[in-house]
Design a protein around this ligand. Structure first.
Ligand SMILES: Nc1ncnc2c1ncn2[C@@H]1O[C@H](COP(=O)(O)OS(=O)(=O)O)[C@@H](OP(=O)(O)O)[C@H]1O
Length: 922
């Protein structure tokens, strides 16, 4: 293909705090209205509700020092009152006529905020780098998640808070895409517009930053949320705890807050209606002092409204020194003021809080729910490999089969997935050899996958044949012992060659075993594990693998090498790391080793234990599947992960070790000329190539001086393919690549960021109408039918045709689209800092190339500095006459000018100079 042709949400926002002295008056002034019901019914309901509310508030106030009364309120009175109201998670139900809570007067009129948290800042500009607190260091996942963001997180501190970090990390873990707005004290609330209607949920890291808004701002937010059906999750969390909590009436919201209390236990509210929780199982609780953990600081929220449902209760000390269960999380189903809210007085540190957060998302919008199914596949690697003394005996095999049967009662068809290296068969002691025989004798009771014959790391073998040979031996072994290895799945020792990709491994796998799925912990990096994901390459689906806390050397519950291992495993199983891994990942592939099934049989203890804990505390439906089906399920769930991202193996020590002994990243380019097409990029490539210290990529027989890796199908040829385009780097040399297709590519910026995060990027900005015409002429010269059959102005007007021919529409798009400079620049700036980007005036390149080359040498910091006056000569400048396209580009150019001003860059002369020679064209 020719290089030039590749395509490229009426709220009661004003209720006054009872504890400020004017509370009773306020309640008298509050009006209740049952929107949409007949008037007489409204009257009765209104009377009952008002009466109940007054009784409630009086009792609450009297009970401020009597925790027992509060207990009765939350545990007995509130639920009884609530029986009058149907509660449903069905979103249609939530739209039914509802109580509208209206306050009299303005909260802001006579109450001074006790905490100064006004909103202030406009939404973060799309291209400004995110605060470090939630920045993804890998560069692979931009704010995680699938599709367009449905969640908007409001951050109350510019640098982020601990709770903000916990929120964003959890969203990243469950792969929900989100945006963040920082809302600082002192400036107005960002204006919510149509673009915010895409959100289903607003998450506030500090509820008070919303409560302390002025009445008008809060009304604006409330109206927007109600109108657009947006729910709210809001945190009121203390950083530290004390025995005596601080009591506070929340401003404009019917909750009496007791802050900073030490909780000894969290449990799901016993008063909650049945079926309220989705993930959490009714009765779930967590004892926070059992293992000597620090007590958890919580905010107790005493609801002063019958329609605020306690979700979670915390066991906290009361003034009378009697520990009491009080609500630390509330659900507002939207029948108070039309806005659905979950208020959390707990952080996100433990399993119960995390799962409550999942349930909160589901309460607010069914589309924000993870599936309830949890798939678990347990690989048992290194079958036969372990040294004598720590292998499985025949008793261990029997125990494994029995454990498998018990697990099957909870996970239908649960089957251990065994990976073997036949070379080591019968290499143990007498009891262990009986174990080997028991394994092959029960082969049909397990799933199997072929490993390397002698557990060799494939990346140490240079060719496909080198890798095939040992694989074939293993396959032959499997045939001899009637082991079915046609499962289409395998793993590589130490993840070798899977990622970064060792091409011969993928070839050999396909040829010997017909591999269609594998798994690794290393993509894109081992840590942080919440960013682990899958990818597909050359027909093989690579699943992310999770960790279970067992390694080849963890053999006993207690040993000098691993003191306290049993306690650690118990913690992990009982709500800790392993429990949470499964709770937050719908599809789990765990790697264990043969040694974990011998000795103290830790693997059996761990998996039976975690399954039991999950069943006790959650409503998850536990399942299993063979790896290939699981891989299909994974990419059905996360289709956006199919395309790989290639990172620089040399930026990760682990990747260096499992990539390839004879490969280097030295040749990866330092700079890229991005385009766009027809702006003089070839001339610039040539000029740069004249410099003794600048080395460009090798030419291509098909795309000439361009590699076109990041923008198109070449990307799927892999990193090795890309590296072949670069000569060996001489000392002091700077290597650059030029592909004019990169600039307007939607995918290129993220891909370049993953592989070349520090690259310097050069963009040529020619008047866009000139670029468009040049592209048209180029297509004429190449005999493109649409260009030959239509004049330039006909091409430009093609959008006016009712049914423009495909070729014509495509030509128009390729003429016009790349010249929408601001759009494309903004995309690059989402991934790269402005300092990495040089914007060259394309007109200046034509008229004063020497000056441009000085600018480039400076930007690239290349030595020696060459006097290009001696190397190139300006051969005269052509002028062309265009105006038909000016109108089209006017808004884009205005956006570009504004962007350049924000970046404090001098705009190209053509952008500010209206005296260009522009005449009407045909
Ligand atoms: N020295 C110098 N400085 C600036 N511009 C120059 C220079 N030399 C050539 N050109 C003009 O660049 C146009 C081709 O641009 P590209 O090389 O980017 O085209 S491509 O995308 O690589 O096909 C092409 O424009 P058109 O003549 O309008 O086609 C070239 O004339």
């Amino acid at each position: 293909m020719n290089k030039r042709t590749e395509a490229h949400q009426n709220s009661c926002s004003s209720w006054r705090g009872a504890n400020k002295g004017a509370g009773y008056n306020c309640w008298r002034r509050c009006k209740w209205k049952l929107a949409g019901y007949p008037r007489n019914l409204i009257g009765n309901r209104k009377f009952i509700a008002l009466f109940c509310a007054i009784i409630l508030i009086v009792l609450y106030l009297l009970s401020s020092s009597l925790s027992v009364s509060r207990f009765y309120l939350t545990r007995i009175l509130l639920p009884d009152l609530l029986e009058n109201f149907e509660l449903s998670k069905n979103s249609d139900d939530l739209k039914k006529p509802r109580l509208v809570w209206q306050g009299g007067g303005s909260a802001m009129d006579d109450i001074t905020p006790d905490v100064d948290h006004p909103f202030t800042e406009a939404p973060r500009h799309k291209h400004s780098p995110p605060p470090v607190a939630w920045e993804n260091p890998s560069g692979f996942v931009h704010h995680g998640g699938r599709g367009d963001a449905k969640i908007l997180v409001f951050a109350s501190k510019r640098k982020g808070s601990a709770i903000l970090r916990a929120i964003t990390e959890l969203l990243e873990m469950i792969k929900f895409k989100f945006d963040v707005i920082t809302v600082m004290p002192g400036s107005p609330m960002p204006v919510l517009t149509d673009i915010h209607t895409k959100y289903k949920c607003f998450i506030l890291d500090d509820f008070k930053m919303y409560l302390n808004r002025s009445a008008s701002q809060r009304k604006m937010i409330d109206n927007f949320m109600e109108k657009n059906g947006i729910g709210m999750i809001a945190f009121i969390v203390s950083n530290n705890a004390s025995r005596i909590g601080k009591q506070e009436q929340l401003k404009g919201f019917p909750v009496l807050l007791h802050n900073k209390l030490n909780a000894k236990e969290l449990r799901l509210a016993s008063s909650s209606p049945a079926g309220l929780y989705r993930v959490l199982r009714e009765g779930a609780s967590v004892n926070l002092t059992r293992r000597g953990d620090h007590p958890l600081p919580v905010s107790v929220m005493l609801p002063q409204h019958p329609l605020l449902l306690p979700l979670v209760e915390a066991l906290v000390p009361s003034t009378s020194d009697v520990d009491t269960y009080l609500p630390a999380a509330l659900l507002d189903v939207g029948r108070i003021d039309g806005i659905r809210r979950v208020l959390l007085g707990v952080d996100l540190s433990g399993w119960l809080q995390k799962l409550l957060f999942l349930d909160a998302l589901s309460f607010l919008d069914a589309g924000l729910s993870l599936p309830l199914e949890r798939y678990i596949l347990v690989d048992v690697d290194d079958i036969f490999v372990a040294r004598s003394g720590i292998r499985m005996t025949d008793h261990d095999v029997k125990a494994m089969l029995e454990s498998q049967e018990r697990l099957r009662e909870k996970i239908p068809n649960f089957t251990f997935n065994l990976g073997f290296s036949g070379y080591y068969f019968l290499s143990g002691n007498a009891a262990e050899n009986l174990g080997d025989k028991a394994l092959v004798g029960n082969a049909s009771s397990f799933w199997w996958f072929g490993h390397m014959w002698r557990h060799t790391q494939p990346h140490k073998l240079a060719t496909v044949d080198d890798i095939k040979a040992p694989m074939l031996l293993n396959r032959h072994f499997a045939k001899t012992y009637n082991i079915s290895v046609d499962t289409g799945y395998s793993v590589a020792p130490h993840h070798s060659g899977v990622y970064p990709v060792h091409e011969p491994l993928y070839d050999a796998w396909k040829k010997v075993y017909g591999i269609r799925a594998t798994s690794t912990e290393e993509y894109p990096h081992l840590k942080p594990d919440r960013f682990r994901r899958g990818f597909q390459y050359r027909g093989i689906k690579v699943l992310p693998r999770q960790m279970c806390g067992l390694f080849t050397h963890t053999l006993y519950f207690e040993s000098p090498e691993h003191p306290g291992l049993k306690a650690k495993l118990d913690a992990s199983i009982d709500g800790g790391e392993l429990f949470q891994t499964i709770a937050l990942n719908p599809i789990n592939v765990f790697m264990t080793h043969m040694t974990n099934y011998g000795s103290d049989r830790l693997a059996l203890y761990v998996f039976e234990g975690v399954v039991q804990a999950l069943q006790k505390r959650t409503n998850f439906i536990l399942k299993t599947e063979p790896a290939v089906q699981l891989a299909q399920r994974y990419f059905d769930l996360y289709p956006e992960e199919e395309e790989p991202f290639w990172g620089d193996p040399c930026m990760d020590k682990r990747h260096m070790e499992i990539w390839s002994s004879n490969k280097t990243c030295d040749e990866l380019p330092d700079a890229l000329v991005l385009g766009p097409q027809k702006t003089g990029t070839t001339a610039l490539y040539t000029f740069l190539g004249l410099h003794p210290s600048l080395q460009h990529n090798l030419p291509s027989p098909t795309t000439f001086e361009e590699v076109q890796f990041f923008s198109g199908h070449n990307y799927f040829r892999g990193l090795d393919w890309y590296l072949k385009w670069f000569p060996t780097r001489e000392p002091g040399q700077i290597i650059f690549e030029k592909s004019a297709t990169y600039f307007d590519s939607e995918v290129a910026p993220a891909r370049v960021k993953a592989l070349l995060p520090n690259a310097k990027l050069v963009v040529l900005l020619l008047p866009p109408e000139r670029r468009a015409y040049s592209w048209y002429q180029h297509q004429v010269a190449h005999g493109a039918a649409a260009a030959l059959n239509h004049s330039f102005s006909e091409v430009l007007r093609a959008d006016l045709l009712p049914y423009p021919p495909r070729g014509l529409a495509e030509l128009r798009a390729r003429c016009l689209h790349p010249g929408e400079y601001a759009v494309h620049l903004e995309r690059w700036l989402e991934h790269f800092s402005p300092e990495q980007l040089l914007l060259v005036d394309g007109e200046q390149l034509r008229q004063a190339p020497v000056a441009v080359m000085s600018q480039l040498q400076d930007f690239l910091d290349v030595r020696p500095v060459v006097d290009y006056d001696k190397l190139i000569r300006c051969a005269g400048v052509d002028t062309i006459s265009l105006s038909g396209v000016l109108e089209y580009y006017a808004p884009y150019n205005a956006r570009l000018l504004s962007l350049l001003q924000q970046l404090r860059r001098t705009p190209p002369s053509w952008l500010t100079n209206s005296s260009l020679d522009l005449q009407p064209t045909n």
